[in-house]
Design a protein around this ligand. Structure first.
Ligand code: NAP
Length: 302
């Protein structure tokens, strides 16, 4: 396993905490940089072949966090030579309009990847609407068909966040096969597909959620603990076994406006083991993989 000792990574471990010498920070920025370089090279090659890779992002919300994410995806795409078309339908868009837009983009030969940004307006369900994204362009694995194929072990784009969890584990030399993995969170976008991917990689997988009794009793059994809940500080040292690898998917805004995960990083750093930081862990790898999926989809059309 590669990684940075916790004490050497500013931002992850507050100065007033003593990190265990055997605690590692599993950074995602270097991996994201490599993935982005791959996207840039492939986008240039595809553009030369007359197929400029294009991602369409459908937005129907004025949620601030969603807006930030869309700006960050479209900025990264453009910097790497991937065209990004943001289709903003407004926060009161009718489900029928969202559905028709996804269907139109699905049949548009110029578009290779489609992302349906959440949250959606009241009454619109992502599982229903995303069924209008053709699986070949479903680069964030939102269509229930993609989820079904993933569950059946058939080729499909997994949600980029779930793919990022496995990618980060691989990058840091953490092999899931034969390990006990616990995923906290069971959303269709993150928790469930992450559990599926870990299962495909021969981990023994358990999923926890809001109704799980005695969460710590479950999480302490994990060699690999993935947390995707959206509650700052949910996971503390008492939830984590010595030596466990913890992947923090959560993104929350702290009272001082900073971005924090679901894991109390300073507390967990008191134990030997490893933790992905927030920011700088799963997030940048997620964006890079979304664009990796987009150029892969464009390549398939050459
Ligand atoms: P979500 O749809 O709200 O799902 C949250 C899950 O957490 C649900 O399954 C819920 O259980 C479970 N949960 C809630 N409270 C719990 C508790 N006290 N104990 C155990 N489980 C609990 O959220 P999501 O879309 O999966 O996102 C999860 C987090 O990941 C959020 O912070 C989000 O911002 C972040 N995220 C990060 C990235 C990235 O690239 N870094 C990408 C996507 C999402 P029930 O099913 O029983 O309600």
């Amino acid at each position: 396993m590669t990684g940075t000792p916790a004490g050497n990574t500013p931002g992850n471990t507050p100065e007033n905490t003593t990190a265990h010498p055997g605690h590692r920070v599993l950074d995602g920025t270097a991996r994201a940089r490599d993935l982005r370089a791959g996207v840039q090279a492939e986008a240039a090659a595809l553009t030369l072949l007359g197929v400029p890779p294009t991602l369409a992002v459908v937005v129907a919300t004025d949620d601030e966090g969603a807006g930030w994410y869309v700006r960050s995806v479209s900025g990264a795409a453009r910097r790497l030579g991937v065209a990004c078309e943001v289709v903003d339908l407004g926060a009161s868009a009718a489900p029928e309009l969202i559905e028709a837009t996804l269907a139109r983009l699905s049949s548009d030969d110029r578009v290779h990847g489609i992302l349906l940004q959440t949250p959606l307006p009241d009454g619109a369900r992502v599982e229903q609407l995303a069924a209008s994204i053709v699986p070949e362009k479903d680069v964030d694995g939102a269509n229930p068909l993609s989820a079904g194929r993933l569950a059946a072990g058939l080729p499909a784009y997994p949600p980029a966040t779930a793919a990022a969890v496995l990618d980060l584990l691989d990058h840091h030399g953490v092999e899931p096969a034969g390990r006990t993995a616990v995923v906290v969170g069971r959303s269709p976008a993150v928790g469930r597909p992450t559990a599926q991917l870990l299962l495909q990689r021969d981990a023994t997988v358990q999923i926890c959620h809001r109704h799980t009794k005695d969460l710590a009793a479950h999480t302490r059994t994990a060699d690999i603990l993935v947390v995707a809940v959206g509650r700052a500080g949910l996971i503390r040292a008492e939830h984590v076994a010595d030596g466990a690898v913890v992947v923090d998917v959560g993104t929350n805004t702290a009272s001082d406006g900073s971005l924090v995960g679901d894991v109390d990083a300073a507390d967990v750093a008191r134990r030997p083991g490893a933790l992905t930081p927030v920011p700088g862990g799963v997030g940048p790898v997620t964006t890079a993989l979304l664009l990796t999926h987009t150029v892969r989809s464009a390549r398939a059309q050459v």
